[in-house]
Design a protein around this ligand. Structure first.
Ligand code: FAD
Length: 536
């Protein structure tokens, strides 16, 4: 039995629910920031509406590096508060969604003994400050150990390595888990519903006019709320302009890309941290049968759902990684998929992309619109807490703090270890690779979803009935992650998934084909960007 199912098929009922009351909070944007705010507010007992212009998580929040950072990277910037906060948030996510916070050891390679000592000292201070558990503390590896554990790395070029754990998540599914949790606590969640205009009462924002964005849709709602939160990620400035057409631009977008390889081609067992050709840190992250290489950091002028991947981006990552491995030249033809995302950073004049702070900021506009931008996936829960605290201050409301740090996210209610879950999935007939994937994506719920059937049809059915999926792309890219982590970009799953979704969403044969063609053409464009147009 699936608890907290999010079924968004009845559009008419959804738009009617948005109109039916005056909400305490209207959240614009269903990425990790917006769904986190909706969950926090709903669990505090507030009436909440959340509208997302496309699919849940379809913006930046499904295009990150998927790492839940412990905060060591902030140590170098001397920001001890952020270090403590990141370490704490990581612990909480592990508690409420263990499957979305898998231990992911990082191997930091040092070129010299001095560099090695410096990093060891830094990580030691981090572990003290962040109250890192004993079993999660770092290890020091000499060259023999490095050779034995990570034979693909050119160990002879280094003086040694420090290994410490970070966590690996599946960002798109973390968003959906938050949306489901918010809806289960009473929030009205609506995807494919864009806020086009704000509603004003006197000089104050009192909600938004929302329009359906599914093809051919003409429905919409006037959503009324005491406070409206703008969590539109890269589009935060566009929504701020709806409040104040003269508002200054505050965001500076930077693009990051990732390239995915089969693990046999880039055989690493842990995340390897490297210095790119321009000395920025980049990494190779193992995930199931695959490894991904990321990321870049370059200015990007305007928000876009599909920022393009250029040959320069690809070469930068391939050239930077190559000297670290004894694998022969990594080539474009080795890449099986790729993605690009835009960081919605708060602009800082004169700084390079990688120097701009990742700190979040809440901005209150002249008519009371609360905008939130910057930040990381890692800090979504505490960002949400700050936004809802701010709401309570604005309306003079006092309530209990939200139990977001205790209440499990869907799939996170574990009464067994991840290993035990994988082994139970094995006894349902999953191969070890498939059990790893199902446990990571679905957590404890995998045991309920795949009792009778498994594979794309069962996943797609669950995506529609419980995870708010309304298009084939929602399933292929964000619910199943097959577009990125499956052979040939998961196109082999499309027919089966479309057949299963078509029944539930009453697609005609023409609509079913249109959905499949849409995904194939997206895949075609991705291959073209990688210089592999003939791959399909
Ligand atoms: P988004 O996810 O973009 O959500 C905003 C949503 O608002 C979108 O879905 C959009 O469709 C919607 N929207 C826009 N306009 C409207 C409207 N008018 N009406 C309704 N909806 C609207 N963080 C980490 O912690 N760890 C990492 O490893 C990491 N790696 C990263 C790597 C890259 C390359 C990038 C780009 C970011 C990375 N981040 C990482 C940062 C993290 O991904 C972002 O901080 C976070 O996802 C931003 O989430 P968001 O909800 O604010 O924005």
């Amino acid at each position: 039995m699936i608890q907290s199912a999010l079924d968004l098929r009845d559009r008419r009922a959804g738009f009617a629910a948005l109109e039916a009351e005056t909400f305490d909070l209207l959240v614009i944007g269903g990425g990790i920031t917006g769904t986190g705010v909706a969950r926090d507010a709903a669990l505090r007992g507030l009436r909440v509406a959340l509208v997302e212009a496309n699919d849940l998580g379809s913006g930046t929040s499904s295009r990150s590096s998927k790492l839940i950072h412990g905060g060591i990277r902030y140590l170098a910037q001397g920001d001890l508060g952020v270090v403590r906060q990141a370490a704490n948030e990581r612990r909480i996510l592990r508690r409420i969604a263990p499957h979305l916070a898998l231990t992911n050891p990082m191997v930091v390679l040092a070129k010299s003994k001095v560099g090695l000592k410096g990093f060891q000292a830094a990580i030691w201070s981090y572990e003290k400050l962040g109250h890192v558990d004993k079993h999660e503390r770092h290890e020091n590896w000499d060259l023999d150990h490095l050779k034995e554990e990570e034979p693909a790395v050119r160990a002879e070029d280094f003086a040694g390595a420090v290994v410490y754990p970070e966590y690996l998540t599946e960002d798109g599914r973390l968003v959906v888990a938050n949306a489901r949790s918010a809806a289960a606590a009473g929030a009205v969640v609506m995807s494919y519903a864009a806020a086009r205009r704000l509603i004003f009462e006197g000089e104050r924002v009192s909600g938004a006019e929302v329009e359906g964005t599914l093809p051919g849709e003409t429905q919409g709602s006037r959503v009324r709320a005491k406070v409206t939160v703008n969590a539109a990620g890269p589009w935060v400035d566009a929504v701020r302009l709806l409040e104040d057409p003269g508002a200054d631009r505050r965001l500076q977008l930077t693009k990051g890309i990732h390239l995915v390889f089969h693990r046999e081609r880039l055989p690493v067992s842990r995340t390897i941290i490297m210095n790119a050709v321009d000395k920025r840190g980049i990494f190779a992250v193992p995930r199931g049968r695959f490894v991904y290489l990321g990321t870049t950091d370059t200015f990007y002028p305007e928000p876009s759902y599909w920022p393009e991947i250029t040959p320069d981006d690809v070469r930068y990552l391939l050239d930077s990684a190559e000297p670290y491995f004894r694998l022969g030249r990594l080539k474009e033809t080795d890449i099986i998929s790729a993605w690009a995302g835009l960081r919605p950073l708060i602009g800082e004049e004169g700084k390079k992309p990688s120097e701009i702070s990742r700190k979040d900021e809440i901005m209150e506009g002249p008519a009371g619109l609360l905008s939130i931008a910057g930040g990381k996936l890692t800090s979504f829960r505490s960002m949400a807490e700050q936004v809802v605290d701010r709401y309570e201050k604005m309306v003079g409301h006092k309530s209990e703090p939200s139990p977001t740090d205790e209440q499990p996210l869907p799939g996170g209610d574990f009464d067994l270890s991840m290993e035990a879950l994988r082994s139970r999935l094995g006894s349902l007939g999953f191969s070890p690779d498939d059990a790893w994937r199902a446990a990571q994506l679905y957590g404890r719920e995998a045991l309920d979803i795949f009792v009778e059937d498994r594979g794309p049809a069962a996943e797609a059915r669950h995506a529609v009935l419980s995870e708010g999926a309304l298009t084939l792309e929602d399933y292929w890219v964000r619910r199943s992650a097959r577009a990125r982590f499956d052979d040939n970009g998961g196109v082999g799953a499309l027919e089966e998934a479309a057949a299963s979704m078509g029944v539930l969403l009453s697609w005609s044969e023409a609509e079913r084909r249109r959905q499949i063609e849409g995904c194939l053409s997206r895949r075609g464009r991705e291959l073209q960007a990688l210089g592999l147009a003939e791959g399909l």
